[in-house]
Design a protein around this ligand. Structure first.
Ligand SMILES: [Zn+2]
Length: 180
């Protein structure tokens, strides 16, 4: 999905889309291509172009492109007030562990509502159990943060920093995405 970086009308990165979506947005005249990939050429009988790597929206369109709060370790810690969601102890950054409430081994997903900040002790005690099985209780129900909440960091995350995106480096994290 992260083929093409999308800039808003002001030129700030807002999201990533597949290259097919990027080409469609251009065809519909809703975006202009800012940067093409010189090494991946798209060909049809009637056109030839480099795969779009950066596009810029012509106007504020489609709520589907709306930015969500990136699910990073840091943003989970901000939501959870840097405290273990089981015992309540305040944690230093280096002490953060992320717990899957429904364990991954039992089909638990890496989503906002299934991830909480936990201390090492509670995380160990919980292991592959659910909270009731481990005798633990969540202090609050984890929710997905509101995108308008200014406390959260909105840098987009990617696995590889492509050369075409280096101008936007300040807005991107790479190699730090949480496992999906
Ligand atoms: Zn704890």
């Amino acid at each position: 999905m992260s083929d093409t970086l999308v800039l808003d009308t002001q030129g700030y990165p807002v999201t990533f889309v597949s290259w097919q979506r990027a080409v469609n947005l251009q065809w519909q005249d809703r975006a202009v291509v800012v940067c093409e990939d010189a090494e991946r050429i798209l060909r049809s009988p009637s056109f030839e172009m480099g795969l779009p790597r950066v596009i810029k929206l012509r106007n504020h369109i489609s709520r589907k492109l709306r930015l969500k709060v990136p699910m990073t370790r840091r943003n989970i810690a901000i939501r959870d007030h840097s405290s273990c969601q089981y015992c309540g102890v305040l944690l230093e950054t280096r002490e953060y562990t992320i717990d899957h409430i429904v364990p991954r081994a039992r089909g638990g997903k890496s989503v906002w509502t299934n991830l909480v900040l936990a201390c090492v002790d509670c995380n160990k005690r919980k292991s592959d159990h659910t909270p009731p099985e481990a005798g633990l209780r969540l202090r609050q129900k984890p929710v997905e943060p509101n995108q308008f909440d200014p406390r959260f960091n909105f840098r987009l995350h990617i696995n590889t920093l492509r050369p075409e995106w280096s101008d936007y480096k300040a807005y991107l994290y790479w190699n730090v995405e949480l496992e999906k």
